[in-house]
Ligand binder design. Sequence first.
Ligand code: E4P
Ligand code: PEP
Length: 447
Amino acid sequence: MNAKPDAGARTWRDLPAAQQPDWPDSEALRDVIAELESYPPLVFAGECDQLRARLASVAKGEAFLLQGGDCAEAFDAVSAEQIRNKLKTLLQMGAVLTYAGSVPVVKVGRIAGQYSKPRSKPTETRDGVTLPSYRGDSVNGFEFTPEARTPDPQRLKRMYHASSATLNLVRAFTTGGYADLRQVHAWNQDFVKNSPSGQRYEALAREIDRALNFMNACGVDPEEFKTVEFYASHEALILDYESALTRVDSRTGDLYDVSGHMVWIGERTRQLDGAHIEFASRIRNPIGVKLGPATTPEDALTLIDRLDPDREPGRLTFITRMGADKIRDRLPTLVEKVTASGAQPVWVCDPMHGNTFEAASGHKTRRFDDVLDEVKGFFEVHKSLGTHPGGIHVELTGDDVTECVGGGDEIFVDDLHQRYETACDPRLNRSQSLDLAFLVAEMYRDQ
Ligand SMILES: O=C[C@H](O)[C@H](O)COP(=O)(O)O
Ligand SMILES: C=C(OP(=O)(O)O)C(=O)O
């Protein structure tokens, strides 16, 4: 490690930060920040180190990262049912990937902090009325009224409390018995059971059960099967919030963003001279960076120099989101040049953000087949280069929504209006998520 005499310096504060809200009342913002600074951490720095170690296994090709959850979490969705459904979906996907893909799976939610959204336009116009765009519940309200759309810093405190409540329940579920592998059938006990993927899952759960019974009969009942290691991640977008939750670790003197175990920097805020990359370079959490189709090898190499100067496996995850039509063309050079430089980032495929289109009905949607094709392209590229396809990053929900078209239990364009509930981008529903997990497990095994 480099010596860091100025480890606590908040150097990002003086740099330009993209995608920040225009808070109308700077005094109110200051008061909120001061209050946030007094709140206890949401995660412990040691947990971030543990995740970095898990991601190091992914970087070395010994494990697979499953990162998923809402596009935008919402305050009114912080309920036991919604949190459980999301977790259940990730646990089911994890079971499928571990069993059918025969690989340890590192599970990371887009959860307990994913309340802020970068937008392509600062304003939205409807029927001649122009208002600020919705930027996530941490900033303003979804409703199209001047009151709701005005950024309100009090929302940053609600973000903290919503994250805290969510994380508390997630910790209870993952360590208190709900995530015990013996519950592998129970996770399937609802609407999804009758879907094609639900039935396929049921067959796999029976096999897992048989394997567990066999081990039990042999006198083996490992503690590892009774709880699940689960981590929380979100985009580090609103720097007033992330800075207020960034603390000096008493063990090491290093800075950690204790708002989540892992944070990532988005495609729209990864400017090399901007505040977000400077912020990420200063904290010790594992860091993700989204890489879109225009990313050059030089961009990727500079990001490595800035964020992972010691080339520490597990520190940096590149989350590529090229689009199904571009991944086979754009990804190879990036992976080749990065590998040649000696760096070993985790390579993860986000097959969602490059495949969005607007249906004739006006709904923003994605085709399941495009999502799948981008993942296929990702596996093909890594196979041809002999590098490790480290994981997937997906927007999903545990609810039976109709936001993405296709899948085994097919959603048609005409179905989109039935349960279109996302506040921003379309998510895979539970059945589509399971479909994807089975197909990715096959790809991983074939690799
Ligand atoms: O989820 C990602 C972005 O916030 C989202 O794609 C922004 O899209 P838009 O502003 O173009 O609707
Ligand atoms: C905004 C997001 O992605 P990207 O930065 O890749 O557009 C996201 O993952 O929510």
